[in-house]
Ligand binder design. Structure first.
Ligand SMILES: [Zn+2]
Length: 60
């Protein structure tokens, strides 16, 4: 069985968190959705981790 979860393509601008749906448009803002393929990592998340690691290190 193939999951066909989609996610609002503009959620970073318009929502606090990803808005998942099965439809072609976001039920909350009407923006187009894109396939919510679980990426191994996203550059943004990667740098977020990096920043958090730096902050943690600085605090010690
Ligand atoms: Zn949306």
């Amino acid at each position: 069985m193939k999951a066909d979860i989609r996610v609002c393509s503009a959620w970073r601008d318009r929502h606090d968190r990803p808005v998942y749906t099965l439809g072609e448009v976001c039920p909350e803002c009407g923006a187009a959705t894109e396939n919510a393929v679980p990426a191994p990592f996203s550059p943004e998340d990667h740098y977020g981790e990096y920043r958090r690691a730096l902050k943690r290190r600085r605090r010690q």
